[in-house]
Design a protein around this ligand. Structure first.
Ligand code: GDP
Length: 296
């Protein structure tokens, strides 16, 4: 994960550490390099600009350069600012404090990893002693319904018996009723995805949103698609006011552009990251730990 990014930061910092005493122009040179590293990682242009300005201001504006370990201090500032960029201080926990059954809606483009993430989330919730009901609400891709039913069987988690011809809103309402009657405290709604954003899909998600009032609306984005992922999150957020992002396929992402940009561009927290295809490969996102990991 983020191998390219880690290697390049390492090279910049090695050079800086080799300088001994630092001057403002050393910092400027390092910041020019950091800027390139981030742009090559496919981080949003404006995000890079603000990031570099913030690091520079802290690095030259205080006693950092006069300290005994100036390069270490600059590296620490970069690490702090990376953490801040990814949402350090956000509360990433799911907010499930509501009258059960509490609906969580997952949305995203086709192939992003929604159905897989629904299964992973069900497993985590069960470990937290909750009793989730998985709800297949993607009626356009019958394989998606089967996929969720199979995952449910593997995990021993209940799956609502969606019939392919039903209306998605009515499926979700029926599932809520089923959950009430059968004591499930959480609904995980697996909604339809398309290859691209289209207004019909947005309408449908809007109707599910109105009918179920999900406590959490998680947008599932494929980290490997970089800035495209960030733009799609932004469009969905404008329509649905999402509560957070799940970044999938981070295990295969060598660049890191989506992870570093999405919080700054959308203002919405990354709540989880997908680190593999297996059901236990979902991690709660910690910006500070991620910054540490990126800097190696
Ligand atoms: P959906 O169309 O959004 O429901 O996407 P799926 O859940 O069917 O996932 C599409 C593909 O991505 C499947 O092959 C998943 O195994 C894979 N996938 C999902 N999440 C991850 C992840 O975090 N890491 C990796 N490596 N693959 C993932």
């Amino acid at each position: 994960m983020f191998d390219n990014l880690t290697d390049k930061f390492d090279a910049v910092f090695k050079k800086l550490s080799g300088k001994g005493r630092l001057t403002e122009s050393h910092v400027d040179e390092a910041m020019r390099e950091v800027r390139l590293v981030l742009l090559e990682a496919d981080v949003n242009f404006k995000v890079v600009k603000d990031f570099v300005a913030a690091v520079r201001e802290r690095a030259v504006g205080t006693d950092v350069l006069k300290s005994l370990t100036p390069a270490q201090q600059v590296i620490k500032i970069v690490r702090d600012e990376l953490g801040r960029l990814m949402g350090e201080g956000d509360n990433a926990a799911l907010d499930l404090a509501a009258q059960p059954p509490v609906p969580i809606m997952l949305c995203g483009l086709q192939g992003a990893g929604k159905t897989t993430t629904c299964g992973k989330l069900a497993l985590q919730l069960r470990r937290d002693k909750r009793d989730p009901l998985l709800v297949p609400a993607d009626i356009y891709r019958p394989a998606a319904i089967e996929q969720l039913k199979t995952l449910g069987r593997q995990l021993g988690v209940a799956v609502f018996d969606t019939q392919p011809g039903d209306d998605p809103v009515s499926i979700c309402e029926q599932a809520r009723e089923f959950a009430r009657l059968n004591g499930h405290d959480t609904l995980i709604l697996d909604t339809a995805g398309r290859l691209h954003i289209d207004s019909e899909l947005m309408d449908e998600l809007g109707r599910i949103n109105d009918a179920l009032q999900p406590r959490e609306i998680l947008f599932v984005a494929d980290a490997m698609t970089g800035q495209d992922a960030v733009n799609v999150v932004k469009s969905f957020d404008e329509k649905l006011d999402i509560t957070g992002v799940v970044l999938t396929k981070l295990d295969g992402d060598a660049r890191g552009g989506a992870a570093l940009s999405v919080r700054a561009v959308t203002g919405k927290p990354i709540k989880f990251v997908g680190m593999g295809e297996k059901m236990d490969a979902l991690e709660v996102f910690h910006p500070d730990r991620m910054a540490q990991r990126i800097l190696g």
